[in-house]
Design a protein around this ligand. Structure first.
Ligand code: HEM
Length: 512
């Protein structure tokens, strides 16, 4: 309220704080003369304009935000000492960013893609970031394959075009990613009709540590209160053509109307001992944990109730990382997670500069005494002396090992170090899990979406290998895909979308 009054009463100024004399017309040598270099207002305005955009995120570039709250509803002190979860804690404020994964910042939001939801909980013990996608399993289980999957799924770096061939090539050479690929080809997950009606999954295995220092492994999930929903490919293309910002508008307008989207935050838990059984599949994000064996336990309710006031200031400058945990929440040997603990802050130093945690949207609310100095764009004064230990009145660490939960004993190093293939056969079968998913989501146009996708692949060998891989899931599925694929290849009008027919007609026009 107070801020708005100040904004109204202060006159428009240059970035140096001097009143702007003429924000509209340049200072020229007479009515028809050239612009004078001493028009410092013009220079100030143009210089700022050319620096207005931040470098986009390498993935998840397309995003929209919301403020909200987390309210604990359950006594989970048996599992975690994290204060935000204790039943009498009350609300914790949060900022959320919904995103597409592979599509660029200016593309239509409805293209087939995975979606992300990142949450920053501003707790009294520091920021806890929870990063999720709308698909329960991830496509790779080792961070070393992370950049490769992104190179294969994003626009082809050679041509700058989308290339379905590289997507299927990656899938057939990384069998562990087939479940994620199938999920993406189900309308419910690949082309959601709203961010609000999606479930969100952290995929990676984290840990909870209780007040006695006892650790258990966890998987975190957000369950929507709305019926889940997706668009068919044809609907998604029509909606995206009509309104490329469809999903973000749906989110903003629902919050404006007071229809606040809500999710139940839940976790599955596994004992520390069990995590090391069955080849350690519990740490493999390409496989889910059976919900009958590891039932969902409620932590609380997430509600989004306020729209951001400045897209660049909040939604673009926010920086989430799985490395931001609070006491009571820790990591695991999940080797995808391990790589992600490094890559997020690293990319954010590059994208936002070394003091990005002092940008207001990233700033913890507990006034942290950070022992670092210098760097561009500092907003917080440093603490001196800038070394430790000291006989002077310097910063002191907290000497309570239970508070340092994420550092304590997450790993067992009983075997010699090495490069291990993580595609182990122990634990639940990936292919059984894929078959379960297909059964759970009928009427999602899976066969048609696969056939349409494969019809864009020009390399015959990749198509054949993809069909061979799909046969490991279900013969019937492949037979249907093959029938549909040959219809598309023959140009059967009944199966082509209007867009496909138009593209074929345009491509048939002779070029002179
Ligand atoms: C090795 C695999 C992965 C790599 C290499 C990777 C890389 C990245 C990078 C570079 C960003 C941009 C960060 C920024 O510039 O601020 C990002 C954002 C994001 N990632 Fe990942 N990621 C991986 C796996 C995952 C997984 C498993 C999840 C969740 C289940 C996830 C969820 C997200 C979300 C939600 C964002 C968007 C954050 C935002 O809105 O700012 N990522 N990822």
């Amino acid at each position: 309220m107070k801020k708005a009054t100040t904004e109204k009463t202060n006159p428009m100024a240059t970035s140096g704080g001097c009143p702007m004399i003429n924000p509209r017309y340049s200072f020229t040598a007479g009515p028809v003369g050239g612009t004078l270099l001493e028009d410092v207002e013009l220079i100030d305005k143009l210089q700022h304009f050319t620096r207005e955009q931040l470098a986009p995120r390498n993935v998840h570039a397309l995003g929209s935000g919301a403020f909200g709250t987390f309210t604990p509803t359950n006594d989970v002190s048996k599992y975690t000492s994290a204060k935000l979860f204790s039943k009498d804690h009350g609300e914790t404020k949060l900022f959320a960013r919904f995103s597409g994964v592979f599509c660029g910042r200016e593309e239509a939001e409805t293209v087939r893609d995975m979606r992300g939801l990142a949450l920053k909980f501003y707790t009294k013990e520091g920021n806890w970031d929870l990063l999720t996608v709308n698909i329960p399993v991830f496509g790779v289980s080792d961070a070393k394959s992370g950049p490769d999957t992104i190179h294969a799924m994003k626009r082809d770096p050679k041509t700058g075009e989308w290339n379905t061939g590289t997507v299927w090539d990656f899938t057939v050479t990384h069998e562990e990613g087939l479940h994620q690929a199938i999920l993406l080809l189900l309308d419910q997950f690949g082309t959601p009709s709203s961010y609000r009606n999606q479930n969100w999954f952290a995929c990676n295995t984290y840990s909870f540590i209780n007040a006695e220092g006892k650790r258990s492994w966890i998987r975190l999930h957000l369950l929507t209160k709305l019926p889940q929903g997706g668009l068919t490919s044809a609907q998604a293309k029509m909606v995206g053509g009509e309104d490329p910002d469809f999903l973000r508008k749906d989110l903003r307008q629902s919050i404006e109307k007071g229809q606040f989207p809500e999710w139940k935050l839940c976790f599955q838990t596994m004992s520390e001992e069990d995590g090391y059984k069955d080849g350690g599949y519990a740490f493999d994000p390409t496989r889910s944990w059976c919900s009958k064996q590891y039932p969902f336990i409620e932590l609380g309710i997430i509600r989004m109730n306020e729209n951001p006031s400045d897209h660049m200031f909040q939604t673009e400058q926010v920086a989430f990382s799985p490395s931001n945990v609070v006491p009571g929440i820790g990591f695991s040997p999940d080797r995808l997670l391990q790589g992600r603990l490094f890559i997020y802050p690293d990319t954010q130093y590059h994208r936002l500069g070394p003091n990005f945690k002092q940008i207001p949207i990233n700033m913890p609310i507990n006034n942290p005494a950070v022992p670092y100095i210098g760097g561009p764009h500092r907003h917080e004064k440093a603490h001196f002396p800038a070394y430790y230990p000291t006989l002077k009145d310097g910063l002191q660490p907290l000497h309570d090992p239970n508070q340092l939960s994420h550092e304590s004993n997450a790993h067992r190093h009983e075997e010699p170090a090495g490069y291990f293939n993580y595609e182990n056969d122990s634990g639940p079968s990936r292919f059984d899990q894929i078959r379960d998913t297909i059964k759970r989501y009928p009427n999602n146009n899976l066969e048609l979406n696969i056939a349409r996708s494969l019809s864009k692949v020009t390399e015959k060998e990749i198509v054949n290998k993809s069909l061979e891989l799909l046969r490991k899931v279900d013969d019937g599925l492949v037979d249907q895909v093959q029938t549909l694929l040959s219809k598309i290849q023959k140009g059967d009008e009944s199966i082509l979308t209007e867009g496909q027919r138009l593209v074929r007609t345009l491509q048939a026009v002779p070029q002179v």
